[in-house]
Design a protein around this ligand. Structure first.
Ligand code: ZN
Length: 470
């Protein structure tokens, strides 16, 4: 019968003397049927009957099954390491893990887990901590791509540098569920949020030192490399790229394309602080707001075409200089104010409603006939008076004597075409030379328009002198 405990007489089994007392403890005095070297005995029932447990396999540990001892393979089923129990790797317990049952404050050491002066975040209760506590011991996590191990996360402990690797397809920092794969070769911050912003922030939170800058650095390899650039894209729509055009004197370039060389619009040179617009330029302000170009100090504001200066706002002299004259109303020499004769002088220009009419050309006149009016009679009807100006002094102060001249109202009664009445020709106040609340501008005699009558008067006098002399 298997596992039966046999009692054997010492004398019988060994050929010795008959038993004289209990010798149950003697080796070979009891045997278990079928038991071999390495089997274990255990109590099989309530009366203490022994039973053999066959030797287990290498690596197995003794456990229980249905209330009886049993061999089992370690970690072949769910295992548990209790709260706060260190589970370590390495002869020196280099790398340890535990489930921290209670919260742990930031930057707080934990014996054999977080050592030295930790720089760590606060953790909540029941947080898992995995730590390599050996100085300069690194952490490497790897997957297997195509049969070859490939690192995806590495912390160089001695350098304090974390490497997040996506050697084949890139890296994605995912902010929402169900991410797209990153664009090949890109590290991507990915989000998919309706009505919310997803972004990337570069921040230096210090607010005590003016050198505490925050910087987003975009860097290319060098003069023989490509362009450091920032590209904006509305998918399926428009690209816009800003960057340093390495192939074009390193100028800061604004382009309406997927590269700086595509449709460049604005280039800021690396020297001379020159902006070069590559297309027609239109500068708009918001409605009702000013556009100001300000040359500081005594700097000039200069407008050029083809490198030739046409207009200068001379900051040192507070003057406006038009190098080639100013054309008013039409692009014609006839309309030009200049320091040289221009055009056919067939155009009337105005200052206010006062005209500068240099036209005497017969070709711009009609209904021409000799005038047989009595010029001397008419001229005699215009009184010549002496006077002072009240406030409207045309050529500075009066130092002695008085002006001698014509009163516009007097001239108007005789030669109305020679008077600029400023809209008051039919106004009783203006006509009588009294203050008028309707027409504030003073009348002006256009003396050149009287020239014809004066010439005619001289001709009449000449004729009379000739008659008297004859
Ligand atoms: Zn008036």
């Amino acid at each position: 019968m298997a596992n039966e405990l046999h009692h054997t007489l010492y004398a019988t089994a060994k050929g010795g003397s008959p038993l004289t007392g209990p010798e149950y403890g003697a080796k070979d005095a009891h045997r278990i049927d079928g038991a071999v070297v390495g089997d274990l005995l255990y109590v099989d029932d309530v009366v203490g009957s022994p039973r053999a447990l066959a030797i287990g396999s290498a690596g197995q540990v003794l456990t229980t099954s249905s209330g009886l001892p049993a061999w089992a393979t370690l970690f072949a089923s769910a295992q548990n390491v209790s709260d706060d129990i260190l589970f370590s790797w390495g002869d020196g317990n280099d790398t340890v893990s535990l489930n921290r049952s209670t919260s742990l404050a930031a930057d707080t050491a934990l014996t054999n887990v977080l050592v030295g002066t930790p720089v760590t975040s606060a953790v909540a209760a029941n947080s898992f901590v995995l730590s390599n506590i050996t100085a300069s011991g690194d952490f490497l996590f790897a997957g297997n791509r195509g049969g070859n191990s490939e690192e995806f996360l590495f912390f160089d402990s001695s350098a304090g540098v974390l490497y997040l690797s996506g050697y084949n397809g890139g890296v994605s920092l995912v902010l929402d569920a169900d991410p797209d794969a990153p664009d090949a070769g890109y590290a991507m911050v990915w989000g998919n949020a309706a009505g919310s912003i997803r972004g990337l922030i570069v921040e230096n939170d210090d607010n005590t030192n003016v050198a505490s800058d925050a910087e987003l650095l975009i860097r290319s390899g060098g003069a023989s490399g490509g362009d450091p650039q920032l590209r904006f894209l509305i998918e399926g729509e428009q690209n816009f790229t800003i960057g340093l055009e390495n192939a074009s004197s390193d100028g800061l370039t604004f382009s309406a394309g997927a590269a700086l060389s595509i449709n460049p619009r604005l280039i800021m040179a690396t020297s001379g602080a020159t902006f070069s617009f590559q297309q027609a330029v239109e500068v708009n302000t918001a409605s009702g707001t000013n556009l100001t170009l300000n040359a500081q100090g005594a700097g000039d504001l200069i407008l050029q075409t083809g490198g030739v200066t046409l207009l200068t706002l001379d900051g040192g002299n507070d003057s406006l200089i038009a190098a080639a004259g100013i054309r008013i109303g039409a692009d014609s020499g006839d309309n030009e104010i200049d320091d040289a004769t221009q055009g056919a002088a067939s155009t009337t220009l105005y200052i206010g409603n006062s005209s500068i009419d240099v036209t005497s050309d017969v070709r711009v006149k009609s209904d021409i006939e000799l005038w047989d009016g009595q010029a001397t009679v008419l001229l005699n009807m215009i009184p010549v008076k002496s006077f002072d100006y009240d406030s409207h002094v045309p050529f500075g102060g009066i130092y002695d004597g008085k002006y001698v001249g014509l009163m516009a109202q007097d001239v108007y009664r005789v030669a109305p075409w020679a008077v600029n009445t400023q809209g008051g020709a039919y106004c009783r106040n203006c006509l009588n030379g009294v203050d008028c609340s309707t027409h504030s501008n003073p009348w002006t005699v256009k003396a050149d328009l009287l020239t014809g009558m004066i010439v005619k008067g001289i001709q009449e006098l000449t004729e009379r002198v000739k008659i008297l002399e004859d």
